[in-house]
Design a protein around this ligand. Structure first.
Ligand code: ATP
Length: 307
């Protein structure tokens, strides 16, 4: 797969303070890249630099095989984007807003406008001015506007903010469809990890302006994230048995009654058996798989521990 977008040691400072530091990321053609990070991590600033809305302090960007310069404009025609909240002409309807956008882009295709509105399920709002739209409806309209010209690359900053669970599911389906059927590449920032987990091919995790991980979802799924979760009122005795009778050291006490055992070589039934034989009460014992959220939080915690 060819690389459609890459950054090399990208850095941005505001008033002498780095908000993006040394970010080297690469997005392959046709993939959905989930750009994850807590609030203030620097996601929007990176995206703004990719769209030439903010000038990098140092580092390079390459998009569609060409280095980005301050005067690059043409490449923007091949990109659809939403940065922060989408802005519209409030007094106009959805259709009128999209017609204006197309005129501005030099793109005249009435069918494409209708198709985009249908894709995001924004129909039957012909007479409604955008000022009367809910936040979720505005997000949908923003997405419709960004996909109307079927761009090669979509850069979406928190596109599912403000949507209800059904709306989120709809959008997930739209994003997957755009990637699979139209071969579009999507760079999506989000703090909603569970949503990204379901559709992303690769995730990049940014924390305090630094890209701390860039990893294919397949690799995360392939990693051993299984563990056994044991709930017991007698956690001290249980940990003693785990360490001294089963020689397990790879476990974590979550609170005073829950222990997570990451050792995979020992069967769950053997753990139960030996605990029962040693009179340790078991409230529950289950095999679990860590979610992307847990993986993400572990990564962030590790960085904090080294900071
Ligand atoms: N124009 C600016 N001047 C000064 N500081 C800025 C400017 N733009 C962004 N910042 C700071 O840069 C940091 C990163 O902000 P950014 O919006 O990129 O983060 P984010 O990951 O998108 O977070 P969020 O999800 O909250 O929008 C923040 O501390 C923010 O206050």
């Amino acid at each position: 797969m060819s690389i459609i977008l890459s950054t090399n040691h990208l850095t941005k400072s505001f008033h002498g303070k780095d908000v993006v530091t040394d970010v080297s990321m690469s997005v392959s053609q046709g993939q959905i890249y989930g750009f994850l990070g807590p609030n203030g991590a620097g996601k929007t600033t990176v995206m703004k630099m990719l769209l030439n809305l903010v000038k990098p302090t140092s580092g390079d960007i390459e998009i569609f095989g060409e280095p980005l310069t301050q005067t690059s404009i043409e490449y923007l025609k091949r990109i659809g984007s939403i940065i922060e909240y989408p802005v519209f002409y409030d007094k106009l309807t959805a259709l009128e807003n999209l017609e204006l956008h197309c005129a501005y882009m030099g793109f005249y295709n009435k069918k494409a406008i209708k198709e985009a509105l249908e894709l995001v399920h924004l129909t039957n709002v012909d007479r409604k001015a955008v000022r009367d739209f809910s936040l979720g409806m505005k997000q949908r309209l923003g997405i419709a506007r960004s996909i109307i010209t079927k761009p090669e690359l979509l850069i979406l900053d928190e596109p599912i903010n403000g949507l209800d669970p059904v709306g989120m599911k709809d959008m997930r389906n739209v994003f997957s469809m755009l990637s699979k059927e139209y071969g579009m590449t999507l760079l999506i920032s989000s703090h909603l990890l569970g949503e990204v987990e379901m559709i992303a091919d690769t995730i990049g995790i940014i924390k305090s302006g630094r890209l701390i991980q860039e990893i294919p979802m397949d690799t995360i799924k392939g990693q051993n994230t299984d563990y056994v979760e044991l709930k017991t009122p007698d956690y001290k005795k249980a940990t003693f048995i785990l360490e001294n009778k089963l020689h397990i050291t790879n476990f974590k006490v979550m609170d005073n009654s829950v222990i997570r055992i990451y050792e995979t070589g020992i069967a769950q039934s053997d753990i139960s058996k030996i605990l029962i034989m040693n009179d340790v009460a078991i409230e529950s014992i289950n095999k679990k798989t860590a979610s992307l959220e847990e993986y993400f939080l572990t990564q962030i915690e590790e960085v904090e521990n080294y900071a």
